[in-house]
Design a protein around this ligand. Structure first.
Ligand code: ZN
Length: 579
């Protein structure tokens, strides 16, 4: 093959990857150039790392998330607007201009920050924050109801439609709400949920997280219970909000006002440097480990061993070896990040978003509050390879699964002591890697039962085609949440939109809390006719007969348009069975 032919082939492969990696992105000149630069930079990063590390990523043992940001920036951040809002700038304005200014300020902040870090941005108590700003600016809510509603709807549409991140995609924005502590905050929460509920069917952003807490909104006689009911009504139509369950084992000792979900599941709470909670902190970087690969290797080398205890030992030994290298990569990345100059973070410099003074402190002293996470994918397939049975098929196998996850968490806790940084264990969502890992393994290993699908199962989740009733799924997955202190979610797959079945959804929320689920989402298939706007589940619109259908599904933490899914995600979606 000539050099020219090879280059053409490379070009085609890159184009294919671009299509797969960013299928949901809009094509634009800036986006196109960005994608080419991103690919090049990823390759340069891999080439600059020791071969032993880069080969792990290249060969599908691990996935280094946001590889292009390796030495440039951190992942995500949770913000408290009230701490940074420049109230004095707007005191002389009239109400109309104050309100316009507030939302312009937020959009500008998100646009700037969203292009300065690789991942999401969250507001810790969006309802309380907006209410406090309105209060400090002496804005009378009653007199401005219509304007506030329009501005909140406009903000929702902006979050959904604005594609200026990297010149092509929308921003990952999460609004945590539900603990509204006065009437004005309750009003903001209510308006946000109502406007999201009433917004067009194809509006799938921002991510709204409703925080559920006893004595605040869980019980019928609590002040915010009507907001929880409204949230559930909204979920029954739009799959948003999802639910942060502040009374689960993992979260209940912490101040719920400081808890937040960042993006699709990231959890940042404990801090060995004292800034407990999510505000002004985020995840720095994370790497996910391909668990099925390790199990396949154990089996290939020890096919005759059938005893669970022995298999566990062999598996953990392999995981430890790999995790040691993963830890080295995370540390390398962290220290390289800290070697940047402040010029790389103009938004953080001007807005002061981190919990430390960004102007006067060293980058190390700022970013040390962030987390370094070790993630995992495919616990279900790994156990199936080791024992030929699902991890939830009997007690013995279930104990094996718990024991492995417990070990992984213990390992992360030991890293904290040893390296004096905030390591955590992350229950990784599928994202691009659900299909990526299995592709590599199919090439490397002989035919396996787990290869019948084209993806590995999300973190510790039961298989999407398991057919368990909802309560059973929560019972099985619940105990894993407390070990995954870097973030986790359980989903309930519903056959169709549970329209207005608030009681039913509330029952699931209660069952989830009982089972120590930390974060809960409801999924159901949703097809929208592009011609007449009708929604339901169909290939041909029952109203107008059109076959031009938009499919909205949640596969890896965010709602997405199905046409944009990568092959692995599509296959997973196809196999889903309701709970
Ligand atoms: Zn139609």
């Amino acid at each position: 093959m000539s050099v020219q032919q090879i280059n053409v082939l490379k070009g085609l492969i890159i184009l294919k990857q671009l299509k797969n990696d960013n299928a949901a992105n809009r094509a634009s000149y800036v986006g196109y150039v960005y994608n080419i630069g991103e690919s090049k930079h990823k390759e340069d990063i891999l080439n600059s790392l020791p071969k032993e590390w880069s080969n792990l990523h290249r060969n599908g043992y691990i996935h280094i998330h946001d590889l292009d940001a390796y030495d440039l920036t951190y992942n995500c951040l949770t913000i408290d607007l009230t701490k940074i809002f420049p109230y004095q700038n707007y005191l002389d304005y009239n109400d109309f201009n104050k309100l316009i200014a507030i939302f312009s300020y937020i959009k500008e902040l998100l646009t700037n920050l969203g292009n300065e870090q690789s991942g999401g941005m969250a507001f810790v108590n969006f309802d309380n924050e907006i209410a406090l700003i309105l209060d400090k600016l002496n804005i009378d809510i009653n007199k401005n109801d219509r304007l506030i509603r329009s501005l909140i709807l406009d903000f929702i549409i902006w979050c959904n439609n604005n594609h200026t991140r990297m010149g092509q995609t929308s921003y990952y924005i999460t609004l945590n709400v539900g603990l509204a502590s006065n009437d004005n905050a309750r009003y903001i929460c209510k308006v946000l949920l109502e406007e999201f509920y009433n917004s067009s069917e194809t509006i799938i952003k921002p991510n709204i997280v409703f925080k559920v807490k006893t004595k605040i909104n869980l019980e019928k006689d609590t002040k915010n219970h009507n907001l929880l009911e409204l949230a559930l009504k909204c979920t029954s139509k739009k799959m948003i909000p999802t639910y942060l369950l502040c009374d689960c084992k993992e979260d209940k000792e912490f101040d719920p006002y400081k808890l937040s979900i960042m993006g699709c599941r990231t959890r940042v709470v404990s801090d060995i440097f004292g800034s407990i909670g999510a505000v002004g902190r985020g995840n720095i970087c994370n790497i996910s480990i391909n668990l099925p690969r390790l199990a396949l290797e154990v089996k290939r080398e020890n096919n005759n061993i059938l005893d669970n205890k022995k298999l566990e030992k062999l598996f953990i030994c392999k995981w430890d070896t790999l995790a040691t290298l993963v830890k080295d990569i995370l540390l390398d990345r962290f220290y390289k990040l800290c070697k940047n100059t402040k010029d790389n973070f103009p938004t953080n410099m001007s807005y002061q978003l981190w919990c430390e003074d960004f102007v006067s402190k060293d980058l190390f002293d700022i970013f040390k509050h962030g987390t370094l996470s070790i993630g995992f994918i495919g616990l279900s397939e790994a156990i199936e390879v080791l024992t030929k049975k699902k991890y939830y098929s009997d007690k013995e196998n279930y104990n094996l699964a718990i024991s492995i996850i417990k070990h992984m968490r213990k390992y992360c806790d030991e890293l904290i002591k040893k390296y004096n940084l905030n390591f955590s264990l992350l229950a990784t969502s599928g994202e691009l890697i659900s299909g990526r890992f299995i592709e590599y393994d199919k090439r490397e290993f002989a035919e396996q039962k787990i290869f019948k699908k084209d993806y590995y199962t999300n973190s510790f989740h039961v298989d999407v085609d398991s057919n368990f009733p909802g309560f059973k799924k929560l019972e099985i997955e619940g105990p894993f949440h407390e070990y995954c202190n870097g973030g986790s979610i359980s989903y309930l797959e519903l056959g169709e939109a549970p329209l207005a079945n608030i009681e039913g959804l509330l029952e699931y929320v209660n069952i989830a809390i009982k089972n120590n689920v930390h974060y809960l989402g409801f999924n159901f298939p949703k097809d929208i006719c592009k011609k007449c706007g009708n929604s339901g589940i169909f290939d041909i619109c029952p109203i107008c007969g059109s076959t031009d259908i938009t499919r909205i599904r949640r596969v890896s933490g965010y709602l997405e348009i199905l046409d944009g899914f990568t092959a692995g995600k599509k296959a997973e979606e196809k196999n889903r069975r309701s709970n």
